[in-house]
Structure formats: C-alpha cells, structure tokens
Design a binder for this molecule. Sequence first.
Ligand code: FES
Ligand code: FES
Length: 222
Amino acid sequence: MNARTDAPVDKDVPMDPDNPRPFDPSSPLVLNRRDLMVGTATAAVAGTLATPGEAGAAANAAVSAMTDLSVTINGVSHRIALDVRSSALDMLREVFGLTGSKKGCDHGQCGACTVHVDGRRVAACLTLAAQLEGRAVTTIEGIAPGDGPLHPMQQAFIDNDALQCGYCTPGQIMAAIACVNEGNATSSERIREYMSGNICRCGAYAGIVAAIQQAAPQMQEA
Ligand code: FES
Ligand code: FES
C-alpha cells in the first residue's frame, strides 16, 4: 500500500444536492463519456498503425492511469496512489483492508456497500475513489471505538434480531444511522421508505425497522 498520512485535505469540493454521491464534473479525475470515446478512438487508430501488442498497450494507456488521492477514512488522513478507475468500495476493501463494507451486487442495487461521505450515505460501489478527493469517509469500522461500547444502532440490531446471515448488516447499519440523522426515522412507514435501497435476502426487515426505532431516540439524546 502506498499510503502517506500528511496530505492536506480540500473541503471545498461542492456536493450535488440532488445526488448523495459526491460528484465534481469539473474534476480532471472524472472519466466522462467523451474521455472514454476519445480513448477508444485513440486505441482504434493505434490499432491501424501498430502491432497488436502495441495497440493493446496504447488502449490500456488510454483508459488506465494512476492518480494521487487525499482522503480521510474513519478519522485518519491518507494520501495514496491508485488506479483512477478504482471504485471507492474496492479502495476501502483492497487497499485499506476495510472489508466491513460488502460487495453485494456491485451495481448500486443492494446497499451492502453503503458508507458515509461527509456524513451522507453513498453506494461505495458506484463511487469512483477519485471522487473522494478531500472527503471524509466513514465505514462500519469507524462508527464506534474498537475497545469501547457499540454504536447505539449496532446494539439495537443485536437487541432486535435484525439480522440472520449478516451479509447486508454493515450496509443496513450505515444506512440506518443516516436515516436517523436525516430526520427520516419518524414512523415505521417512513423508515421502510428511506431504507428501501438496502436489500436483505434473509428478510430481517421487521427487526431492522424495530432497531432503528430503538436507536433513534438514543442517537438524538447523544
Ligand atoms: S454492492 Fe453496492 S449497492 Fe450492491
Ligand atoms: S441478514 Fe442475511 S441478507 Fe440481511
């Protein structure tokens, strides 16, 4: 891991209010459709002029590049070099070993990878790591001290049997904390609506709603 911890953190990148995932379209790190088409065209031209091996290398160079990233994860600042195409989920799991965030669908459909970015829930599988420049990320590993008491939401999940296999649970807990912080834990109906992006194949939904209702007043008192 190429990690440095002395990087300055830029807090001024704007957040799109309609999109809970951080997105800075002006960032040179964002690979947009036009960039991809230019890269593909470059590779195609290279293919007409070069050997197959050279064409392959040109194609890879067109879409693959390393970038430096400054990001705070669970309160610790890091500066790393990584492939510009890496997702936030792959960075968390494979670079930092934070495997609490699960890869369920890798397509933004199950919520198993939910983390917080600057306090807002995002699907880490749909977020480019490069979009996290200057951001603060919190994962399930960072919501309570390792040698201290559990977060009230963690304890509530245990108290209400809100899990069976547990695979979805880290994402459920991160989404549940956000649901409370957003002010959307005011009724079971509203909780179900605002937790609808998190799928539980074991069907532990009744326990999850009960857990959120137990933890919400504790979190608000804290
Ligand atoms: S793994 Fe990200 S939403 Fe399913
Ligand atoms: S507890 Fe098994 S998928 Fe939710």
